[in-house]
Every structure is written in C-alpha cells, then in structure tokens.
Design a protein around this ligand. Structure first.
Ligand code: AMP
Length: 516
C-alpha cells in the first residue's frame, strides 16, 4: 500500500490549492499582493520561460533570494519543471557558495542584485567565470522583467509558452525536490537531499500539529530559505492549507511588529535571538496591535524557560517550541500543551512514524530523565547526505541519524534538549564550527595559535570568543576587517577576542577548550 510520504509532490500540493482557491490571497510582501490564481499564473509562466532557457527535470539551481513573493514564485516554478533548487541563505557568501557549486554542479544560478549593501550578482558572475558548467546567472530583476514583459523577453507568444507550461516531465514523490544546507557541523555546510513525498509529509504533519487552517496568516521573518521557515510548517504548510504567506525582508523587531499588525498575522516562526530582540523592543514600544497573533514557533537554538515565558508575554500568544533539523525530524510542543511542557520541553515528533532515542556512548537506550545523545529516524528524516559518503558514515548509526545534540526524555515522551554532543557554536541559530573561525583567525599577522569557543550571551545565545597567542594585541576592528576581506560569512566573525600567554592544556597536551 502507498505510504503517506510516498503520495504527494510539492508542486501538486501547490497546484491543488491554486486550483481550489484561485481568489484567496496567497502571498504578500512590501510591494506585491497575489492571489493563488495570480501566483499560479506567474509560476506557470516562469517555469515555461526556464524551460525555454534549457532547464530540465533534475537540473540543479542555486537560489539565493531574500524573503519575498519572488522567492515563492521561483521555488514553485523550479518544482514544476522538476529542477532542484539549492536553498542558499542571504548570509552565505563566496566562501560557502564556491564550495557548494563545486560539489553540486548547478546549471543555473538565481540571485539578488543587491541586498543590504552586498552585491550578490558580483559573486554569481565570478562563479560563472570559474565554473563553466554554470550556464545562466539570473537576478530577481531579470525575473521581474521576464514576468512583466513576456513577449519582449522571450520573443514568443504568451499562449504558446503557457501551453508549454503543461508539458513537463511528471514529478514523482520519490524525486529529489530540494538541496538544503546543513547547519554546518563541518566548516562548509553539507548538502541535504529532500524528496517531494517525504518533504510534503513533513510540512503536512507539522501543519496538522499546529492546527493550521485556511485562516492562517504566516509571517516569514527569519530567512524562508532555511528549513524551519520553509517547511516545518512554514511557507509550504501555509500553501497546503491555502493560507496567506507574508514576507518580511529582514527580521528586525520593528518590521516584525508592523507586519503582524498590518497583515493580521496569526503565526510566526522565530529563532531565540530574534525573540530576545523583540522582547527588548516591546519593552520600549508596545504600540503595535498584536491581537491577531495566535502562535509563535521558536526553535533553532536553546531557549530557556524564562525566555519562553517572556516570549509569550511579549507576543501575547501561545508559544510552540520546535526542535528540528534540516535533515528532517521535527519536534513541536502542541498548541494546548500545559505550561510545564510549553516552557520546559521541545515537545514530540510531528509524525506518528517518527522514532527517537536517548542513548549512551554504547548506543544503549537510557531511561526517561537521563541525559544522553539524541538519535532520530523516521519517514522524512534523511538516510544520507548528498554526495558525501564520509559525512554519511559519521552521522548515521543503525539506521538512526545523529544530529550531535544532547537531551533527555520526560515521562510523557517530550524531548528536552540540553546541549551539544558535537563541538559547535550556535550563534543566534547559525551553527558555526570553531575550526572554521580558527582557520581564518590563524592567518592574521603575528597570530601563533588560536582557539574559538562559544561564550554564553544573553542576546545571541552563544557569542564567538577567540583566544589567541600573539606578540601583539589585536584590535576588534582589524579582526573584523580581515574577516570581511576574506569573504567569510558575517556570522563567523568573532564577537570577542582575548589574548593569552599560557594555554590551559589537556592531559594529552591539547588546548583545553572547556577551561577557556
Ligand atoms: P538546522 O539544521 O540549521 O536547523 O540546525 C539543527 C540544529 O539546531 C539541531 O541539531 C540543534 O543543534 C539546534 N537546534 C534546533 N532546535 C533547537 C532547540 N529548540 N533547542 C536547542 N537546539 C536546537
């Protein structure tokens, strides 16, 4: 019998909603308001245009677009063809992009012209010179032109193009849908293959868990290209229930509160660092009307019970804690969870077939309440990384995926995440491998040795602190300048630097990071 996760495709899910509710408002950003009928019109047209340019099923496409209606149009246009977008976050710069292109060999590269002072097109053009297999670089502006002036752009009759829109090779639930980037347990993010059927099931299960219906107005404030805002339940879950997706370009508290009031937002997904900023902002200015908001989903990094309580007070709505990973497994607290569950746990997996265990170093299951390594498996959790046998070998055991987190299970089956089993800094939800920061820091003039560690920080959760040995004291300004010039992602730039003369060492003579 066909399993639930082998039934749907992301494009069928989209088409069903568009066909059943063409007049319902679908997607809104600062300059666009589209109904599902209008959205589908643009998706049909753009996918036909992509096809004309030579894009086919299974072709890989880099997509780096900030939160906007255009992001949604591009993603569903690619799904329609069966092409596979790699979801690159706006924060990713040349250093990550180069490595991803080298591994995935994309055919097209869709990016922004300029976003908050960064020239994304310049990076794309550089990559197109370096990698001859990159056939086409398109910017959001190019796509707007294509959508606005179809005849001029393609020299073709619109009707012919739209007819072509229905002659694609069929996409099946087992087809690769997207390649997402891992939170970065190694320096360069790993590519996570997600398939149409299982991804639809992940989004649908989490949408049901949050009791989403067509009245939902979902605000994407953190990057929608991250799995959390994309599909758990996020943008995809909202399309599934024929709700409204609202995009706010940048997660500043002012913009978030304004959007909630203006669009009568009912649901939002945030990382703890953004919640903390919102809490602080609201203490200064509580003029926005947030009465439409029902649920705030918070995940991506640890969230204390005090932060959880402050979050509910600030947003005047119910908190849904989320512990999840781009590799699949999604835990959520339920909408009617009592205080002790909502404030102190990250809930239960969203699908009944999901399995998780807390194990000791011998992979033996521990009793409820005992802390150990979290391991997970289920129908929508990946079984391997994309073209990466070494990481696959290291991240899976006995059919379970090992996210590298520590946690425990309460007596009701809720998970409580307590820390990391693997070395990693979680800065405002961005996962940073210390070795990646050290790799750059050691290149600073006169630095002999360095060690990066995560330091507890009220706002960021963890800040990056680098201890270094050098004949000279370094200034933060020179360190920042050096990292910027090295084209490293901004979130890898140290927040604090400390010069040391003597290193604390472990028994085998390694730098003892726990003492730092
Ligand atoms: P990503 O794939 O970027 O979503 O990162 C997944 C990782 O984020 C997990 O393996 C955890 O380390 C961390 N994470 C996600 N949600 C939580 C949470 N609620 N509490 C603590 N850590 C979390």
């Amino acid at each position: 019998m066909e399993k639930e996760w082998e039934k749907e495709t992301l494009i069928r899910l989209f088409n069903k909603t568009c066909e059943n509710f063409p007049d319902r408002l679908a997607a809104v950003d600062a300059s666009n308001r589209l109904s599902y009928g209008e959205l589908k019109g643009k998706v049909d047209y753009l996918s036909a245009s992509f096809k004309r340019m030579g894009l086919k099923k299974r072709d890989i496409v880099m997509v780096q677009i900030a939160n906007s209606v255009m992001f949604e149009i591009v993603i569903f246009s690619l799904f329609k063809i069966g092409a596979v977008p790699i979801l690159i976050l706006p924060a990713h710069k040349e250093h990550v992009i180069d490595a991803i292109i080298d591994r995935a060999k994309p055919k097209f590269y869709i990016t922004m012209n300029d976003f908050y002072g960064v020239d994304y097109k310049k990076i794309a053009d550089k990559m197109a010179i370096k990698y001859p297999f990159l056939e086409e670089v398109l910017t959001v502006m190019d796509l707007e032109e294509i959508l606005e002036k179809p005849k001029d752009a393609l020299g073709e009759n619109v009707d012919v193009l739209l007819e072509e829109a229905n002659t694609f090779e069929e996409v099946s639930p087992k087809d690769l849908a997207i390649l997402e980037l891992s939170g970065g347990t190694t320096g360069i993010p790993k590519l996570i293959p997600r398939y149409h059927g299982e991804y639809s099931y992940n989004a649908i299960s989490s949408a049901k868990h949050c009791a989403m219906d067509s009245d939902v107005v979902n605000l994407s404030a953190i990057p929608v290209s991250h799995n959390f805002a994309f599909g758990t339940p996020g943008m995809i879950g909202t399309v599934y229930v024929a709700g409204l997706n609202v995009y706010c370009e940048y997660p500043s508290p002012m913009e978030i509160f304004d959007c909630i009031e203006k669009e009568k937002v009912t649901m939002i997904s945030l990382v703890p660092s953004v919640v903390n900023l919102c809490v602080q902002y609201r203490q200064l200015d509580d003029s926005n009307d947030l009465s439409s908001l029902k649920y705030v989903l918070v995940g991506g990094a640890s969230f204390t019970s005090n932060q959880a309580k402050a979050c509910e007070k600030c947003f005047e709505s119910t908190l849904i804690q989320v512990y999840g990973m781009t590799e699949g497994m999604t835990f959520l607290t339920s909408i009617d969870a009592p205080d002790e569950v909502r404030f102190f746990t990250q809930g239960k997996p969203c699908a009944k077939e999901d399995e998780f265990r807390i194990v000791d170093e011998n992979f033996e299951e521990l009793a409820d309440g005992e802390e150990g390594e979290v391991v997970v498996k289920g129908p929508y959790t990946i079984k391997e990384y994309y073209k990466n046998p070494i990481e696959t070998r290291d991240s899976f055991y006995k059919g379970f995926y090992r996210p590298g987190d520590k946690g425990k299970k309460d007596k009701y089956g809720n998970i409580i995440i307590t820390g990391r089993a693997k070395e990693m800094i979680n800065r405002a939800g961005e996962k940073i491998m210390p070795s990646e920061v050290e790799k750059y820091f050691i290149c600073l003039p006169k630095v002999k040795q360095c060690a990066a560690v995560g330091k507890k920080d009220d706002l960021l959760g963890q800040a990056i602190c680098v201890f270094y040995e050098s004949s000279e004291e370094l200034s933060m300004t020179s360190v920042r300048k050096f990292f910027k010039e090295s084209n490293v992602e901004d979130y890898c730039i140290p927040d604090k630097i400390v010069r040391v003369e003597n290193w604390p060492l472990t028994a085998v003579g390694k730098i003892d990071k726990s003492k730092l």
